[in-house]
Design a protein around this ligand. Structure first.
Ligand code: EPS
Length: 367
């Protein structure tokens, strides 16, 4: 079965290719009455966009959203919301030379083997361009989650190559092109990226996302666990190679006495679980960490094959990100928002009538 849709009750379908006439999405299941305006999308789309700093691809897309359906007089009607963004700055000639070649590390090879045909222009459907529509759909989810449940979702870059934040200040994340939580390190990141760009190479990165205000109870054991859905949704982003919830792989070396998050009247004493126990939100901060691989479109020559089986030397020209993780923070936030909104509606459907005897709900303790 083709899979271009995420979610059951808040279902987002994306379509379009990097160099096609347009990209778009259909958001089905948004509750009626939510105020939605084309201007709402601008902020997050700009945060994700290329061409905003010298450290990302130089392609300049205006990313103007057209709302085609599902909104009447500024409010969602409960019918499918169709959003469209026209591609205006594609430069397909950059891909002419590699149209029949496989870039090592790229989806070229597997798309070819799966479908027997592919759109080579700009990576087609496998391009990071597709993530634009995830962010657009995420705007709707974030707005509903904030208004209905007071949920805040904030991401940041938590590693660039082997550089890690020396301190953590979320208030500076939006003030630099890296979404980096330590303002003092920004010059170091700039210098690192300038040298990397000059060398023609690329590097991986890690993005963390925190969701605050998620009430206890969201997530559907067993096959719709909140952590399972988050992992699947985040892993579906281009170039993602790993997802951790809470301490993630750090749990391997912990003892049980250390890992368990002690409960008391004032809340949990720690948050190794990342706000999820048994696949259900605990009321603590939900924490996710996402690993991005280094971009595979490089101008550095590499041996490969073409579609006829000939050995070729691949050199990728054009406009590419030396670190795709740099602008992935809004994409990860959007996927977390889509998962939470879907789970909120699913929880409401099955357990909306459940009344839990009043016991104190521990509040979130960061960590
Ligand atoms: C991308 C290659 C570049 C990026 C693109 C992602 O563009 P093109 O497809 O024209 O070569 O600019 O990113 C975007 C256009 C975007 O909006 O994110 C790639 O290979 O993934």
């Amino acid at each position: 079965m083709a899979s271009n849709t995420y979610g059951k009750l808040f279902a987002v379908t994306t379509f379009g290719e990097s160099h096609g006439p347009a990209i778009g999405c259909v958001v089905d299941g948004c509750p009626p009455g939510l105020e939605i305006d084309a201007a709402d999308f601008r902020h997050d789309l700009e945060r994700r966009a290329t061409g905003k700093s010298r450290h990302t691809s130089a392609r300049h897309e205006s990313d103007e959203v057209e709302i085609l359906s599902g909104v009447y007089e500024g409010r969602s009607t409960g019918t499918p919301i169709a959003l469209l963004i026209r591609n205006t700055d594609a430069r397909s000639r950059d891909y002419a030379k590699i149209a029949e070649q496989f870039r090592p590390g790229h989806a070229d090879y597997t798309y070819w083997h799966k479908y027997g045909i592919r759109d080579p222009r700009g990576g087609g459907r496998s391009s990071a361009r597709e993530t634009t529509m995830r962010v657009a759909a995420g705007v709707i989810a974030r707005k509903w989650l904030a208004q209905r449940h007071g949920i805040r979702i904030q991401g940041f870059l938590s590693q660039l190559g082997d550089i890690r934040p020396a301190s953590m200040d979320l208030s500076v994340v939006e003030d630099n092109p890296f979404f980096w939580p330590d303002a003092a390190q920004v010059p170091q990141l700039e210098a690192y990226m300038d040298a990397l760009r000059k060398s023609g190479d690329s590097v991986g990165a890690r993005v963390d996302v925190w969701a605050d205000g998620v009430p206890p109870g969201w997530g559907e054991p067993i096959y719709g666990k909140l952590d399972g859905e988050l992992a699947g949704a985040l892993m579906s982003i281009n170039a993602v190679k790993g997802v951790e919830i809470g301490v993630g792989f750090g749990a391997v070396t912990q003892k049980g006495s250390e890992h368990r998050d002690q409960l008391g009247p004032d809340g949990f004493a720690s948050n190794h679980a990342g706000g999820i126990l048994g696949g259900i939100s605990s009321g603590q901060r939900v924490t996710c960490s996402v690993a991005f691989k280094p971009t595979s479109s490089l101008r550095l020559p590499v041996d490969s094959l073409d579609i006829y089986g000939n050995t070729v030397e691949v050199v990728t020209t054009g406009r590419h990100d030396p670190c795709v993780g740099i602008r992935a923070t809004p994409i990860c936030e959007a996927m977390v928002a889509a998962v939470l909104m879907d789970q909120a509606l699913r929880h409401r459907a099955q357990c909306g009538d459940v009344e839990v005897p009043a016991i104190p709900t521990p509040t979130a303790i960061p960590g």
